[in-house]
Write a protein that binds this ligand. Sequence first.
Ligand code: PMP
Length: 354
Amino acid sequence: MKKYNFSPGPAKLNKSVLELVDNNILEYKNEGYSILEISHRSDAFQNILNKTKDNLQKLLKIPSNYQILFLQGGATFHNTFVASNINKNKSTTNLVTGTWGTKTFEDFIKIRNSKQLLINSSQLKDFLNIPNQKELQNVDYVHITSNETIEGIQMRDFNCLNNDLIIDSSSDLGSYQFDWDNIAYLYAGAQKNLGIPGVTISVIRDDFIEKNENPTYLNIKKLTDKDSLLNTPPTFSIYVLKLMSDWMLNLGGVEFFEKQSIENSSNLYSLLSKYNDHVSIPVDEYSRSRMNVVFNFNNSDHEEMFFEESLKNNIIGIKGHRSVGGVRISLYNSVDKTEVQYLLEFMKSFFDKL
Ligand code: PMP
């Protein structure tokens, strides 16, 4: 029975990608072994690694002065990894717009000095439109979370900040094009738009990579010098990332998915606005996420009914995060228009009955 999966991640994968995974688990390219058995030192895996990096470079238009690194430990490990590798003489501020940014800040200050700048969704527009924000003057690096997955708050225009940026883009990388002008370090777990858990993609500007005395897996220079092969990388997760990025390029690249997510999210937000007697959207219009659409029922009894009915209609993954409650609908790259249409029809008929 088909389920309509709007989960916040790990998330739905396109069926054609899953079919390729399925075939290659039994036997990789008729080679007599499974993709799960591949040695990370083999030519076959080196080809997968090179192709994945090539694909990401094309998809995200990554300039030549950046290196791509694949690590384990999720975005959570990056709170430690990045903080440990920022030059000790440089200053940092964490611009915090939600839960994940808060967690990053809490880990940063265990490792280095950093300031926290809290901005809520209704302040974000004004804040980003002030040139040379005084709180960020003379700050070397600003950490931001481009999409706060739990609260559904997104920032897509990075150029309005003048500082060098370190960006956690775990829940929106690959869903819109941006330019790299002031990005020093960008990272994302693959399990939302780009694949499955196990691999985190880092894109690092050359000047950020400095020698230091960190232990091996915290040492950015050692890891980049060995091109993700200093130790055993997450081979299978990287393989799925390769298949996902092949699929995305075949469909027309990030431009295609940007268009899709604009259409899907605006249809959903419009429906919610139309039914504002029953539901409310807590995020200010300017900073609403195209990836995670969050809303609350004005009457909490309706929320329970909504979850029950949605399950009966094979819709899964839409409960808000346990810390905030409510409803959260995630619209990552593998969620297509027909599925969103199905959800919209279900929601409309549910709201009409209230
Ligand atoms: N940052 C963001 C924006 C996230 O959405 C998540 C996971 N949902 C994390 C960090 C943590 O990622 P992980 O569980 O892979 O460590």
